[in-house]
Design a binder for this molecule. Structure first.
Ligand code: PLP
Length: 372
């Protein structure tokens, strides 16, 4: 056997993809259930920033009734463009839908990157930006956020050179929960580099730069139906682009990128906006209660959040041990073994009963520690 054959496909693929780090995905409910021996319906999943109330009941009814699943979906997404235009408040020439905003991150990088071009990433943040940059042949340039997790605008501007093509900023940021002020965003936009503002959590915060998109040739905003509308499993998001960029994104996307179930779900969700916004309100109210309860308890120190999750610093003990303690009791939170997130946990905001169960389990953990 030759060396190449011995290494299998590794030896045949693009050299820059050898040893690429996989994106760390969430674990499915069935697997979690098996691991802890608790039935799926009893699990408390606070690790994926998903909507604990699920999707609008209108979505389920419409999907059950639909008769044409055997027909390919419309590549131009015509049935959702008007509702999206109305919801986002910009003309549909600026809008392109994708299979989650994840797909749009990939399409943006495919459109703008030549091999070796640079993408600026401001961690701690969403893992898809460096992942998709690597898959698209780009290089990630890291400009860490400061101690308060604010974007280091001066630092970003200082590293820009002729190979820099895209800057990604999530606002509110995942996993830190804070939003970036508009004046900072404008300073980045003034550099002329493509600035992608990821507003996956917009509905929990209320701040947006969407109205600015038509005024700038290099500002892009990404939105998602996964978090506020409870459609994570159906994979649908949208981007708001300068109209010429929107046209180019449409040209390079695969035709059937948004499936028919996802399009029906978007249409029904936007027709049931008041219902969904009420659930968003409930989550925002619960965010405050969860934060207050955690602070009172004193085991975890919750950071302020404008999102549907709370990043917490562990005051006493070890974040990984607390995560494992909760795992065994069927309560799942997110633990990161990463710089600037040392000994921290990210907890998605659930229903009031989920908060109660979490606080109860943490009290037992704390009692065990204090008793030792
Ligand atoms: C969850 C999340 C997304 C993913 O959105 P999809 O529409 O489900 O692909 C994008 N950006 C950030 C910051 C997120 O946390």
């Amino acid at each position: 056997m030759t060396g190449k054959a011995a290494r299998g496909a590794e030896g045949l693929i693009r050299a820059d993809l050898r040893g690429i780090e996989p994106y760390e995905p969430i674990v499915p409910l069935e697997v979690l259930s098996k691991r802890c021996g608790i039935p799926v319906e009893k699990l408390i999943k606070l690790d994926g920033n998903e909507n604990p109330y699920g999707c609008s009941p209108r979505v389920k009814r419409a999907l059950a009734k639909y008769a044409f699943y055997h027909i390919y979906p419309d590549p131009l997404h015509r049935q959702i463009m008007k509702p999206l235009e109305k919801y986002a408040g910009v003309g549909q020439e600026h809008i392109v839908a994708g299979s989650g905003s994840d797909e749009l991150i990939d399409l943006i990088l495919r459109l703008f990157l030549e091999p070796g071009d640079k993408v600026i990433n401001c961690p701690p943040t969403f893992g898809m930006y460096p992942f998709s940059t690597a898959v698209c042949g780009g290089r990630t340039v890291t400009v860490p956020r400061n101690a308060k997790y604010e974007v280091d605008v001066g630092g970003v501007k200082a590293v820009i050179d002729s190979r820099t093509k895209v800057i990604f900023i999530a606002s509110p940021n995942n996993p830190t929960g804070n939003a970036t002020p508009q004046k900072d965003i404008l300073k980045l936009v003034e550099t002329g580099i493509i600035v992608v503002m990821d507003e996956a959590y917009y509905e929990f915060c209320g701040e947006t730069v969407v109205p600015l998109v038509p005024e700038y040739p290099n500002l892009i905003v990404l939105r998602s139906f996964s978090k506020w509308a409870g459609l994570g499993g159906l994979r649908v998001g949208y981007g708001i682009f300068p109209s010429d960029v929107a046209e180019l994104i449409r040209r390079i996307k695969i035709p059937y990128n948004v499936n028919i179930a996802a399009m029906i779900a978007v249409k029904e969700s936007l027709a049931d906006k008041a219902y969904l916004q009420e659930k968003v309100k409930a989550i925002i109210a619960e965010r405050k209660r969860l934060s207050d309860e955690l602070r009172k308890q004193g085991l975890l120190n919750p950071l302020p959040s404008q999102s549907n999750f709370i990043l917490c610093r562990v005051v006493e003990g070890d974040a990984r041990k607390i995560k494992e303690w909760l795992d065994k009791r069927g309560i799942f939170v997110r633990y990161f073994a990463k710089p600037r997130l040392n000994n921290m946990l990210r907890i998605s905001v659930g229903k009031p009963e989920h908060t109660d169960a979490l606080i109860g389990a943490l009290a037992k953990y704390k009692g065990g520690r204090d008793g030792r």
